[in-house]
Design a protein around this ligand. Structure first.
Ligand SMILES: Cc1cc2nc3c(=O)[nH]c(=O)nc-3n(C[C@H](O)[C@H](O)[C@H](O)COP(=O)(O)OP(=O)(O)OC[C@H]3O[C@@H](n4cnc5c(N)ncnc54)[C@H](O)[C@@H]3O)c2cc1C
Length: 639
C-alpha cells in the first residue's frame, strides 16, 4: 500500500528522533492514566499510527484523484458551492475517521494530538493535492482558532487542579466542526484591500439592543462556502491621514454563521455567495466572493482588537502554509526524480546528465532544509502557546512563574523569527521546485496528464495568499532591524562573537554557519548604517545606551527606511538561509548522520548569501534617488 509517510525517510526521521516529543508531551498531556495515554510511549505510538493512517489516506485516496479533482473543480449551483464528487467523498471519509478532531483537546471530543502532528499532516495532504489540504485546514484550523480566541478573551474556564477545559464559549461550533458537519473560513480580503488591511471597509455595527451585524464584501475567501466565518470588519473610524496603518486600530473580529439549516432541511443564508472564482489552480478548492448585508455576528474580544486577533490566527496559518509548501516541493522533487530515472537521452537516463543531477540534488536539499525550518517554526509556536496556557491555570510560585515566563519568551521569540521566513521561503521554493519539475519532464511537463503543470499552477498562489512574499519580507526585515535598534550593544557583541566563532570554532560546519551569520549581520549593519546614516553621524559621539532613544526620535519611516524597504526581500532570503543553516547545524551536532545535509545546504547557501550581500551593499542608490525626486513635487503639491 502506498504511504506518504512510510516512503519518506526524512519525515520518518522527525517522527523517530528529530522532534522533541517529550517536550511536546509535557505541554500537551497534563497527566497519563485511564483518561489519556498509559505513558509517553503509548502517546508516541498513537502519533505515529495517526500520521501513518493519514499518509496512507493521502497516497491511496487523494493523490490518485488529484488530476480529476483539478479537472472538475468546484462550482456554483443554486447559490451554494459544490465540490468535485471525489473531493466530497474524501471529506466524507475524513469525517468517518474523525480526523477533524485530531488536534482538538480531549474535553472537546478530540484526540488531543500536538499541533505539530497536524502540521505534518498538512504536508502529507498537500503532497497529494493542495485543494484537499486547504479545505482540510479550514476545519480544525478554525475550531482551534475559536478555542484560542475564547481563551484570550477570557470566556474559557479551566479546572484549576487538572487544567482541563470546563467550558468554552464556542463549544457548539467546535463540536459541529469536529464531527465534520461544518467547516469555516477566514474573511479578510476585500475588493480594495488585500495587503493593506488598514483600508478594510466592511462594517461591524451594533443595534440598540446590543446585537452585532456585519455589512460589506469579501473576496477570494478559501472554503467560503463554510458555515463559520471569522470576519474582520471596521467598528471604529480611527484612521489618520498622515498615518497609513492607523486604520488597523479600528478593526474588530467577528464570528458570522453564514447559514442555518432548518429541521425541514431548508437552508437560510445570512451570507451570500456571489460567485466561485475561476482560478489558475487550486481548482478543487472553492474560492468565494461573499456579500454580507447586516449578517448577524458575534463580536470576539473587544472592539478595536480585531487586528491582533487576526494575527493570532495568521501566525498559525503561515506556518501551516509553510508545511503545505513542503508538500508541494516533495511532490515536485519526486515527480522529477522518478521521471528522470526512466527517461533516456543521448545514451543514458537524464538523471545521469550533470545538469539534471545538479537540479535534482538542489531540489532534494531544498525540500529537506525547508522541512527543517517548518518543523522548527511549528515546534516553537506550539511550545510557546501551550506554555502560556499552563500559566493560566497552574498555581505556580512567583519563582516558577518567572522561569515559565522566560521559557515562553524564548519559544515565542524563535517562533516569531521563523514564521515569516518559513512562509516566505516555502512559497518561493514551491514555485521554484514545481517549475524545475516541469522543466525536467520536458514536453511532457507541459502536458496535463503528467501533473507537473498542475503543480506549477497550484504553487503560484503560495507567494500570494496568507500575506504575500513581499509582506513577509517587510515583516522579517522590520523585526530584525528593530531588534538591532533596540539593543545596539547586543548587536555589536553578537557581531564580535560571530566573527570569533567563524575563525575559531572547532567544527568546520560551525565555522561555516558562523560565516553565513556574519554575512547576514554585516548586511543588517549596512542597512542600518544607510537607514540611519545621518542620524548615526549625529548621535555617533553619544554613549551606546542613548542610541535607541536618539535613533527613534523624529523618525520618518517613509524617508528613513527607504533603503531597508528596497532590500527587504534580499535580506529575508539571507535570514532564511541563515536560520535553516542554524537548525541543520543543531541537528548535525546531536545526530551526526545529519551533517551531510547541513553541508549540502551550506554549499548552496554560501554563494547565494555572498551574492545577496553584494546586491544589498552595491545597488539601489540610483533608484532611490529617482523615487525621492519623483516624490518631492508630489509632496509639495499635497502639502
Ligand atoms: C486562491 C486564493 C485564495 C485566497 N484565500 C483567502 C482567504 O481565505 N481569506 C482571505 O481573506 N484572503 C484570501 N486570499 C486573498 C489574498 O490573501 C490576497 O490576494 C493577498 O493578501 C494580496 O492582496 P491583494 O490581492 O489585494 O494584492 P495587493 O495588496 O494589491 O498587492 C499587489 C502586489 O503589491 C505588493 N505590495 C503591496 N503592498 C506592498 C508594500 N507595502 N511593499 C511592497 N510590496 C507591496 C504585493 O506583495 C503584491 O505583489 C486568497 C487569494 C487567492 C488568490
Amino acid at each position: 500500500m502506498a504511504n506518504f509517510l512510510k516512503d519518506n525517510p526524512d519525515l520518518e526521521w522527525y517522527l523517530a528522533q528529530g522532534i522533541d516529543w517529550d517536550a511536546l508531551l509535557s505541554v500537551t498531556e497534563r497527566r497519563f492514566g485511564p483518561e489519556s495515554f498509559a505513558d509517553p510511549d503509548e502517546a508516541k505510538q498513537f502519533y505515529r499510527d495517526s500520521l501513518e493512517m493519514i499518509g496512507q489516506l493521502a497516497a491511496e485516496e487523494v493523490a490518485p484523484h488529484a488530476l480529476e479533482i483539478d479537472r472538475i473543480g468546484s462550482r456554483m449551483q443554486d447559490g451554494e458551492a459544490v465540490l468535485p464528487p471525489r473531493m466530497q467523498a474524501i471529506f466524507d471519509q475524513m469525517r468517518e475517521l474523525e480526523l477533524h478532531g485530531l488536534a482538538l483537546p480531549r474535553e472537546l471530543g478530540g484526540q488531543n494530538a500536538p499541533m505539530l502532528l497536524y502540521f505534518a499532516s498538512t504536508e502529507l495532504f498537500a503532497r497529494a493535492d493542495v485543494s484537499v489540504m486547504a479545505h482540510w485546514s479550514f476545519h480544525s484550523g478554525i475550531a482551534l482558532a475559536l478555542l484560542l480566541y475564547s481563551i484570550r478573551e477570557g470566556t474559557t474556564r479551566f479546572d484549576p487542579e487538572s487544567g482541563a477545559i470546563l467550558e468554552t464559549r464556542f463549544a457548539r461550533q467546535i463540536e459541529e466542526i469536529r464531527r465534520g458537519e461544518a467547516s469555516g473560513c477566514m474573511d479578510i480580503t476585500e475588493p480594495d484591500a488585500g495587503s493593506d488591511m488598514a483600508s478594510l471597509k466592511a462594517r461591524g455595527e451594533q443595534d440598540e439592543q446590543g446585537a452585532w451585524s456585519v455589512t460589506g464584501q469579501k473576496i477570494f475567501i478559501t472554503s467560503g462556502q463554510g458555515k463559520y466565518h471569522l470576519v474582520i470588519a471596521r467598528t471604529e473610524s480611527s484612521a489618520k491621514e498622515e498615518d497609513p496603518v492607523s486604520g488597523l486600530g479600528g478593526l474588530s473580529m467577528f464570528l458570522v454563521p453564514a447559514y442555518e439549516d432548518g429541521p425541514d432541511g431548508v437552508r437560510r443564508r445570512f451570507v451570500t455567495i456571489d460567485r466561485i472564482e475561476e482560478k489558475m489552480g487550486h481548482h478543487g478548492s472553492a474560492t468565494a466572493a461573499l456579500s454580507f448585508d447586516q449578517a448577524p455576528a458575534e463580536l470576539i474580544g473587544k472592539r478595536g482588537e480585531g487586528f491582533s486577533y487576526m494575527l493570532m490566527l495568521m501566525n498559525n496559518a503561515r506556518i501551516s502554509v509553510g508545511f503545505e509548501c513542503v508538500g508541494i516541493c516533495e511532490a515536485a522533487y519526486r515527480l522529477a526524480s522518478s521521471y528522470a530515472a526512466e527517461r533516456r537521452s543521448m545514451g543514458k537516463t537524464i538523471d545521469r546528465h550533470e545538469l539534471i543531477a545538479d537540479y535534482l540534488e538542489e531540489m532534494r536539499t531544498d525540500v529537506q532544509g525547508l522541512r527543517a525550518l517548518a518543523m522548527h517554526a511549528g515546534f516553537h509556536e506550539e511550545m510557546g502557546r501551550k506554555l502560556e496556557l499552563q500559566k493560566l491555570y497552574s498555581g505556580l510560585s512567583p519563582l516558577e512563574q518567572k522561569r515559565l515566563e522566560r521559557e515562553i519568551a524564548a519559544h515565542r521569540s524563535r517562533a516569531r523569527r521563523a514564521t515569516p521566513l518559513v512562509k516566505y521561503l516555502g512559497a518561493e521554493k514551491a514555485v521554484e521546485l514545481s517549475r524545475r519539475a516541469l522543466q525536467i519532464l520536458g514536453g511532457n511537463g507541459y502536458i496535463r496528464e503528467y501533473g507537473a503543470e498542475k503543480l506549477v499552477r497550484d504553487a503560484l498562489v503560495m507567494p500570494i495568499y496568507e500575506g504575500t512574499s513581499q509582506i513577509q519580507a517587510l515583516m522579517a526585515m522590520k523585526d530584525t532591524l528593530a531588534a538591532v535598534m533596540k539593543s545596539p550593544q547586543g548587536f555589536v557583541a553578537r557581531l564580535a562573537q560571530t566573527r570569533w566563532r567563524s575563525l575559531s570554532a572547532k567544527s568546520s560546519l560551525e565555522r561555516r554557519v558562523a560565516r553565513l551569520q556574519l554575512l547576514s549581520l554585516s548586511a543588517q549593519q549596512h542597512l542600518l548604517a544607510r537607514t540611519a546614516g545621518a542620524k548615526f553621524r549625529e548621535i555617533g559621539t553619544r554613549p551606546l545606551s542613548e542610541w535607541p532613544s536618539a535613533l527613534l526620535s523624529s523618525w520618518d519611516p517613509k524617508r528613513d527606511f527607504a533603503v531597508a524597504l528596497l532590500h527587504a526581500e534580499r535580506l529575508t532570503r539571507m535570514l532564511a538561509d541563515e536560520l535553516v543553516a542554524e537548525v541543520l547545524l543543531e541537528q548535525a551536532e546531536r545526530h551526526p548522520e545529519r551533517a551531510e545535509l547541513c553541508e549540502r545546504w551550506l554549499e548552496r547557501a554560501e554563494p547565494r548569501c555572498r551574492f545577496l550581500y553584494d546586491e544589498i551593499t552595491t545597488t539601489g542608490s540610483r533608484l532611490l534617488a529617482r523615487l525621492a525626486e519623483e516624490e518631492e513635487p508630489e509632496a509639495r503639491a499635497a502639502g
